[in-house]
Design a protein around this ligand. Sequence first.
Ligand SMILES: NC(=O)c1ccc[n+]([C@@H]2O[C@H](COP(=O)([O-])OP(=O)(O)OC[C@H]3O[C@@H](n4cnc5c(N)ncnc54)[C@H](OP(=O)(O)O)[C@@H]3O)[C@@H](O)[C@H]2O)c1
Length: 317
Amino acid sequence: MMDTLPKSILGRTGLTVTKLGYGAMELRGTDHFPRLSAKEASTILNCVLDNGINYLDTSPDYGYSEQLIGDRITHRRSEFYLASKCGCPVEEPEVPHDQRKPHDFSRANVRAGVEQSLRRMKTDYLDIVQFHVSPSRTELEENDSVAELLKLKEAGKVRFIGMSGTIPHLEDQIAMDVFDVFQIPYSVVEREHEDLIHKAAQRGAGIVIRGGVARGVMVKDESVIAEYPGFLQPAFRARRRLWQQTKIDDLLEGMTPMEFMLRFTISNPDMTTTIVGSANPEHLLNNVKVAAKGPLPAGIYAEACKRFPKVAAEQVV
Ligand SMILES: NC(=O)c1ccc[n+]([C@@H]2O[C@H](COP(=O)([O-])OP(=O)(O)OC[C@H]3O[C@@H](n4cnc5c(N)ncnc54)[C@H](OP(=O)(O)O)[C@@H]3O)[C@@H](O)[C@H]2O)c1
């Protein structure tokens, strides 16, 4: 029998989403070239839907991810909510990461990006479009970028608007009070956004968590970290060290590190869904099983909150 995933309401959008979502970034492969064949991508995407996950996140920045969604599961469009990003360079997916144009939040580029996502994913509407890479309030206001997303919303091409936000701009973005959804990084080893997550939720936004299993750095070896762009590596290593140095054997009660971490993320009372990425159907099935168990027992969650700091891992290890 299929495991039943817990669900919650995505803030003021009113959408009912599974607490385990799916992040489709892994479909892109290293340096944006396909790591998975189209057949493998089809297997994982259909596995996501077959297991009842109903929230998918992607971006024009993730290589062929949008095209694979369009080619492989658009016929199942009514089974999932689809979120993508805007402000990304509008160019071919095979352009290597270090040669891509910068993000551009002009109205013309925001519109061109959304229209490209609709074409690539063979759909008439996106449920959510989020500004990518956390632009500042000033940059958004100078470009009048939000107005363009609202125009796309009026035209029915976009249902809700969001922000993929981080410190230092997140607080200002929340204060703008225009975003229905925030996508924010968070896990037991990356708790620095926790208070802002609470603030955004209090103001009625839906909270989409990314990095909810810390990219698996606590169960993968150093070679995995070395595959990521250099600027990301110090933080990944610090989170891994924080995980290794924090004594929690007495809290695991038979749970694997992956189960503990995923259920810790799901225990956060302000989160709505965590879009865990995976290119591996076995990992995905395992995540579904774990997420179906729901939050950690309250006492274990409270104790874990005492042991792991609320500041960035780099500041403590
Ligand atoms: N700026 C932004 O807006 C932004 C930035 C980054 C990510 N995102 C979004 O957030 C999503 C998720 O974020 P993320 O990829 O940074 O972090 P994540 O979901 O914490 O980690 C994904 C990684 O964890 C591994 N993993 C997942 N389940 C596992 C399991 N059961 N056992 C072992 N390893 C497992 C996956 O490897 P396998 O493939 O081997 O399973 C993958 O490498 C992305 O797909 C994307 O949609 C957005």
